[in-house]
Design a binder for this molecule. Sequence first.
Ligand SMILES: [Zn+2]
Length: 422
Amino acid sequence: MAPRPRPILKKTPNPWPGIKNRIRGYKEQMVAFQRDLTAIPALGPQNGGKGEYAKALYLEKQLKALSPQTILNLGCPDPRVPQGIRSNLLALFEGQNSSRTIWILSHMDIVPIGDRRLWKTDPYKMKRKGDFLYGRGVEDDQHGIVSSYFAVKALKEEGVRPAHPVGLLWVSDEETGSHKGLEYFLRKKRNLFKVEDLIIVPDAGNQEGTMIEVAEKSLLWMKFTLSGRQCHGSRPDLGINTLRGTAHFITALEKLPRIFKKKNPHFDLPISTFEPTQKEANVPNVNTIPGQDIFYLDCRVMPEYPLSKVIDAIKSIAAEVEKKTGLVIKIEVVNTVQAPPATKADDPVVLALQKAVQAVHHKKAFPLGIGGGTVAAFFREVGLPAAVWCSSSGTAHQPNEFCRLSHLIKDAQVFAHIFCQS
Ligand SMILES: [Zn+2]
């Protein structure tokens, strides 16, 4: 028998096939993780909840099992929740070269279930049907938590050290302004982040996993309190009906898209939007004409428009309605985020995502702007380029929200690819 030739050069084996396979094997663990997370609703106090404390405790335990180099639970004081703090979790894992850190940022809080009757299953008991996992929060944003967690776990269990340090950052308060979440974290820990870092926010995307969000519209939430005069349902002549006034006002606000009409094809949708959304309860009975009505407007505006201009336009429309109806309209700004400069289409974080998506999905990913504000804006605000990416079915905030198991696996593989190669 001929002797086996001895290799001349010892080549480091490519860890990627092993990691990819290992992630595929996490299917059942991912389902269990999603089930546990869904059972701990993390609603902010503005949404009638107790905050993220319990969910963060559970997650901290899970992170510790991956033995990170550093783990930090940075609580932002908030007297509105029972424990008095909103948790922000950070786990840092060592890399081969610390010239940059790869960050994956997800949020722990969820939005309310909305109308329970529209749900086919209990929103807080995750239900699996084949590839689909149903429950409030499974997509937004447990998807990001679970996929990034298992990407790190795969490297650990394969004995592969990431090319650069990896930071998993799981924040609070994303759904209600991020003031107790990323905004607070960046204020306290800005020095952890470098311009060279790759920052990925898995909180929006498309089915194919080919959309990389690099720009956002500005966000403006307005609250309107219409005051008229309450009276008996049979004597409208004695009152001023605020529900009718609300209808007039909402119709008048339809002017806004015509005033702010610039289109940008790099955005999905390519226009600014101005939607009346929440309406507070007025009178509890049919035979009283309401004397007060409160509703809200959710505006997503192209970044080139200063929000002050939009507020001015709304005020002048309100003044016209006041004149026409005799109502008094109180206008409050509930939330504003003026969109920061976009992340460049050839930024290293975009290129790393494109390379990883090509390796996992065999498709080309493209940069795009979106209307839904994500926390990426807070990074961009302080000069840190960030990209929002994940594979998403777009069911966030909807009844019967779902997340696909196949998406979780592919996304974990994309993250693992970036950890190994970027
Ligand atoms: Zn989200």
